[in-house]
Design a binder for this molecule. Structure first.
Ligand SMILES: *Cc1c(COP(=O)(O)O)cnc(C)c1O
Ligand SMILES: [Zn+2]
Length: 411
């Protein structure tokens, strides 16, 4: 079998630097550290990228995918809008604010980006089934991408997820298994399944394909820089579940600088969590370097990972870049969803409520510079977490008979 991962040439350990051939492995045999893709980039120019398709494949020369990837059946996610958020910026007192709106992806969350990498890895390794442990959005992204790629799908979620995320994961076919427990229980179960003959030839996007999967998040960094006119933002607010997205956005910015595609200007990375699942924020505030696992209890279910694999790396990046990690309560999350919707016309899922809520809190506590250019991520669609919009907000302003008199009386 000859593998084609384009510019990716090896896997390396993030802890000890040990090098391994490209394969479906994810932990270092020397030190158990996580493995990630290492590259031998050719000469990559802005013009090459700009002449590519309006999706993540415009960056294929920076990703672990074959050169002909765009011609294969896949979901073609990415190139989502970077919305100039003047109204929200004015409300919060931020001079220059953008929302990177990843609800515009094919299955309405950022997860389509990472799954697209995992599909290529599954093809390379001859896997017939695509799987994952999911907090919701990943399950739908995997079953959809498997349907398009002609792979079987069997995905695992905590049994108590939002109805919309369950329906979304089922409609594409494949099997959806609800596990009694938290995401962390689901993840542990999947790790056992990988070692069992039952899971043979299965690609778990976020476990044994994780070194490939995770690279998909770099495309958020590339797109933001290109959409800003090939420069880095000064501040960025990123949600944290496992912390993978945040660490890979940092990696993406650094690659753009190393390749000479953007100027080497400083940027601060801020991480955002829900107070009901804030192990990284808690460690950040306490000045710790390790992350103490928690049992999640929050409406932001897509971010509800109590034992985040990339937690220590997130702490390092927030401290090194001069950013911070902050958290907001469930009521603050709902208020932030409504604030973003009513100022910018963007309906975010709870994860977007977390980032916008944290943005507001960072300004109010003086942790964020309101004069510096700022990007806040919305990583999912509000229609998937409709159940958090309750009470008056879930009702019409008034219900009347179809007459002018009735309308006049009501308003
Ligand atoms: C999965 C997910 C994230 C981030 O996940 P990481 O594990 O930190 O990479 C962010 N937002 C949404 C909506 C998600 O589904
Ligand atoms: Zn190692």
């Amino acid at each position: 079998m000859s593998l084609d991962f384009g510019p990716a040439v090896a896997l390396t350990c993030r802890e000890c630097g040990a090098r391994y051939p490209l394969g479906p492995s994810f932990a270092c045999l020397e030190c158990f550290g996580p493995l990630e893709a290492a590259y031998d980039f050719g000469n990559v120019t802005r013009a090459d990228i700009e002449s590519g398709p309006a999706n993540i494949w415009r960056y294929r020369s920076l990703l672990p995918v074959p050169a002909d990837v765009a011609g294969k059946p896949n979901m073609n996610p990415g190139w989502t809008k970077l919305v100039k958020a003047g109204n929200l910026g004015q409300t919060l007192g931020i001079k220059s604010l953008y929302v990177k709106d990843d609800s515009g992806n094919p299955t309405h969350s950022f997860k389509d980006r990472v799954v697209a990498m995992a599909v290529e890895a599954a093809r390379n390794f001859g896997f017939h089934t695509l799987s994952c442990s999911s907090t919701g959005n990943l399950a739908g992204a995997v079953t959809a991408a498997a349907a398009r790629a002609g792979l079987d799908a069997c995905v695992f979620i905590p049994a108590n997820l939002e109805a919309a995320k369950i329906a979304m994961a089922r409609v594409f076919g494949g099997k959806l298994i609800g596990i009694e427990g938290t995401y962390d229980d689901v993840n542990r179960f999947c790790s056992e399944l990988i070692g069992d003959p039952l899971g043979d030839k299965w690609g778990f996007t976020n476990i044994n394909l994780r070194p490939y999967y995770a690279e998909g998040s770099k495309t958020l960094a590339y797109e933001i820089a290109e959409q800003l006119g090939w420069r880095l933002p000064e501040q960025i607010i990123i949600p944290i579940a496992s912390g993978s997205q945040l660490t890979k956005i940092d990696k993406g910015f650094k690659e753009l600088v190393a390749l000479g595609l953007v100027e080497d200007t400083p940027y601060k990375i801020f991480g955002a969590q829900a107070a009901g699942c804030s192990p990284v924020s808690t460690a950040y505030k306490a000045g710790h370097e390790v992350v103490q696992p928690v049992k999640p209890d929050t409406i932001a279910k897509s971010l509800a990972i109590g034992n985040p694999a990339d937690g220590p790396y997130v702490l390092d990046i927030a401290r090194r870049t001069g950013g911070a990690v902050e958290d907001v309560t469930d009521p603050e999350i709902v208020a932030a969803i409504k604030l973003l919707a009513s100022t910018e016309g963007i309906f975010a899922e709870t994860a977007g409520g977390v980032t916008v809520g944290v943005l507001k809190k960072l300004v109010e506590t003086g942790q964020l510079d309101p004069e510096a250019e700022t990007v806040v991520l919305n990583t999912g669609d509000g229609l998937k977490t409709l159940d958090v919009i309750t009470g008056e907000s879930a009702q019409p302003t008034a219900v009347i008979r179809p007459s002018l008199d009735a309308f006049r009386a009501a308003v």
